[in-house]
Design a protein around this ligand. Sequence first.
Ligand code: PRP
Length: 211
Amino acid sequence: MNPAANFTEIKHPVIARDLTILRNKKTDTANFRLALSRISTILAYHALNNISLESFEVETPIQTTTGYKLGTNIVVIPILRAGLGLVDAITTFVPDARVGHLGMYRDEVTKKPVDYYVNVPDGIENALVLVVDPMLATGGSACDAISFLKSKGAREIRFICLIAAPEGVEAVQKQFPEVAVITAALDERLNENKFIVPGLGDAGDRIFGTT
Ligand code: PRP
């Protein structure tokens, strides 16, 4: 696979350490959540890179200087359920970000995404839409979500995940070359059950303790 320019795998020592915690099947729910939270913060920091700023004058206790506020509306769209685990990291940096939800699960037999809930805020056409989901496996869920959001008017979309399979990245880039994909790890491949290898198992189950 030869990832295009719109693909970023973030390398960071904290990510390498925390990915190991997430991959380890012996990691309990509490430590899984803590590691996920730390990695998500680094991902969010990168995903918000190069967004526009608006300048204004601010008075320090000493003198007036130039200050900045974010000039971009941010909408976060977690793909339920597992995507919920990445929302807090973004709202930590952007407390007024609006959050929409797309309920979707992957059918265990067909491996295709099944939609069950939609709640997306108005005005996504004027926002930077950050779609978040820990896992990009076949890319079916991501492509379905992006396609839906574009049909609702979204113009700038970035997809943020913890772990991506080459197959999923290719699927998104083929269908939506304009969508930036940001991940903490590009893994080897999918197995016969369409699970990411080496991966970390089922992210939703591990986040919510439902295994
Ligand atoms: C997982 C994951 C993605 C999807 C990835 O969700 O969180 O949404 O599968 O697979 P794909 O790229 O092949 O579509 P899952 O079905 O486990 O649902 P959950 O979030 O409710 O656990």
